[in-house]
Ligand binder design. Structure first.
Ligand code: BG6
Length: 486
């Protein structure tokens, strides 16, 4: 659906996120006809350059991003004409007046300020937007993680943004919520009578959430080494996925109804205490190994230091202390330099109460519902069937398999595409409210503090493996195993 004309300002307009995700996403939406020629995208960064030079740079980056997609290539020149540039420094006055005048000259229309910069600039950027009277009317601000590195620093950021923009104008992006399969979880749970009656501790044995990556540090050492996997992935993406699985049915698919339910889940997470942290969490750091057949260095070598205790892998066991989920563990794991890039949610159902089959029919395995977020998005429901053939009755565990690419054969919009258009439309359903971010930190803080106290080195794992053996032990101790798609 077309959106109203807008101005989208990207602070950090020459940065990696802008060039790799935001601008390619906008190009795709433009090519789909979702916004017209009267909308404007304005890149902002410190370096002095003309709009012309910026367009050229963005054009090159977009050509790399779109490969040989001819449709996008055809639309590229017209898209680039929508693009302008302003050199601004969050800490200096120069240029702000002219910038504000230009934005205001477009009249009272939707303005989106995307702060794709270091959070240390948020305070100054917001106060300047306010000082130039750009924060009223249909203005919106988008902020990216990391929203702080603990509860206290998150509050500072939220206060700074809050002093210029109302909560209803503030869009905190968690791009995992924009992924197609995550939204599909809502359709699956609440659009079918089949699942919801079973969606509780009577029928579900446990839940697994895995977000595995093959990449290492990339070029983000400065950020990543101060963050680690718990802050970088679990505090936001994995906990948001957990919320989507565990929340109660909202009364309607309306932003606050959904966010209220997610908040309740976050507040129901059982705190992991100092005494339990070694038992319930595993920290790992990759050492040299192989990734996609190539030898890769270990984390410390990549970093060029040998004293970093930053974890590149986390596995943990969480519990949602409420009526629906009592006694159902949620096993979460995420890491860099794992054997494959795969994100999936596994709902493992309980065993049947009584088996009527002979011993030689083979074991009756529990049903599993597997939602694959990436790469090949799809849904699999593992069920027991009779092995085909004339022999006796032998059982087999097979998936009912729905692949999005095969079923629909269309381009699945990338998370950022979808979310950017939601901001323009003013729909915050898939964004995190302040209280959600705070509740997530409140659960994460004690884990971080306990780790800090222990001062242990993370357990090492070979790059290209599934993490330290302690992560396997974490689930095996409970008589379970990590799901393998076979
Ligand atoms: C980001 C993290 O939020 O998500 C990165 O900072 C991570 O470390 C990325 O690589 C993963 O996103 P995706 O969409 O590629 O799974």
């Amino acid at each position: 659906l077309p959106v109203d004309p807008f101005d989208l300002v990207i602070f950090g307009g020459t940065g990696d996120l802008a060039l790799r995700k935001l601008l390619p996403g906008l190009l795709r939406r433009y090519a789909m006809g979702q916004f017209g020629d009267d909308s404007r995208i304005i890149g902002v960064a410190r370096e002095q350059q003309s709009s012309e030079a910026y367009r050229e740079k963005v054009g090159e980056a977009l050509l790399r991003a779109i490969g040989d997609n001819h449709e996008l290539k055809d639309k590229l020149p017209a898209f680039l004409q929508r693009l302008g540039y302003h050199a601004l420094d969050a800490n200096k006055d120069d240029g702000w007046e002219a910038f504000a005048e230009e934005i205001k000259s477009h009249g009272d229309r939707i303005r989106v300020f995307y702060l794709s910069t270091s959070p240390s600039l948020f305070v100054n950027l917001c106060s300047r937007l306010k000082a130039h009277d750009l924060n009223g009317g249909k203005s919106r601000v988008v902020i990216e993680k990391p929203i702080g590195h603990d509860s206290a620093s998150a509050a500072v950021i939220n206060d700074a943004v809050g002093s210029a923009f109302a909560e209803s104008q503030t869009f905190r992006i968690d791009h995992y919520l924009g992924k197609e399969t995550v939204q599909n979880l809502l359709a699956l749970r609440f659009g079918n009578i089949l699942f919801e009656p079973l969606w509780n501790s009577d029928h579900i044995d446990h839940v697994q959430i895995t977000v595995a990556e093959t990449v290492g540090l990339e070029k983000r050492a400065a950020y990543y080494d101060t963050s680690g996997a718990l802050r970088d992935m679990v505090q936001n993406h994995l906990l948001q996925l957990l919320c989507m699985v565990a929340m109660e049915p909202p009364a309607a698919l309306q932003a606050d109804a959904v966010r209220d339910e997610k908040l309740k889940v976050l507040r129901s997470l059982r705190p992991i205490t100092e005494d339990e942290v070694s038992q319930l969490t595993v920290r790992g750091q990759y050492r040299a190994g192989a990734s996609s057949g190539n030898a890769v260095p270990g984390y410390l070598d990549e970093l060029g230091r040998n004293d970093s205790r930053t974890e590149t892998f986390v596995a943990l066991k969480a519990e949602v202390d409420n009526w629906r989920w009592a006694g159902v563990p949620f096993y979460l794991r995420t890491g860099k330099r794992l054997p494959e890039r795969v994100s999936e949610i596994v709902i493992a159902f309980r065993q049947i109460p009584h088996s009527i089959f002979e011993h030689d029919a083979g074991p009756v395995m529990g049903n599993k519902l597997v939602l694959r977020l990436q790469p090949d998005e799809g849904v699999k429901l593992w069920i027991m069937i009779k092995e085909p053939g004339p022999g006796g009755l032998r059982l087999q565990h097979v998936p009912l398999d729905m692949s999005f690419a095969e079923a629909f054969g269309v381009h699945q919009p990338e998370a950022y595409e979808r979310l950017l258009m939601d901001v323009v439309r003013g729909n915050p359903t898939l964004f995190m409210r302040r209280d959600e971010v705070e509740a997530a930190w409140k659960w994460i803080d004690p884990i971080l503090n306990a780790w800090e106290k222990l001062r242990e080195m993370p357990k090492t794992y070979t790059a290209g493996s599934w993490g330290p053996s302690a992560a396997v032990a974490l689930v095996e101790r409970d008589g379970r195993t990590w799901h393998e798609d076979t």
